[in-house]
Design a protein around this ligand. Structure first.
Ligand code: FES
Length: 47
């Protein structure tokens, strides 16, 4: 639900949309919450 932040991981490539805020993140190395993120095309994340 985007509250606890334990799912944070690093975006390696591609773009994701935060389903709570609508924000698009496409910077490699950005920390994203995978539980509330949807891929926008092909995405690679560092799990
Ligand atoms: S913020 Fe808790 S699992 Fe993603």
């Amino acid at each position: 639900m985007g509250i606890c932040h334990t799912c944070l991981c690093s975006l390696e490539s591609g773009a994701v949309k935060n389903l709570q805020t609508g924000e698009i993140t496409d910077q490699a190395g950005a920390m994203i919450q995978i539980c509330v993120s949807a891929p926008v095309g092909d995405v690679s994340v560092d799990l």
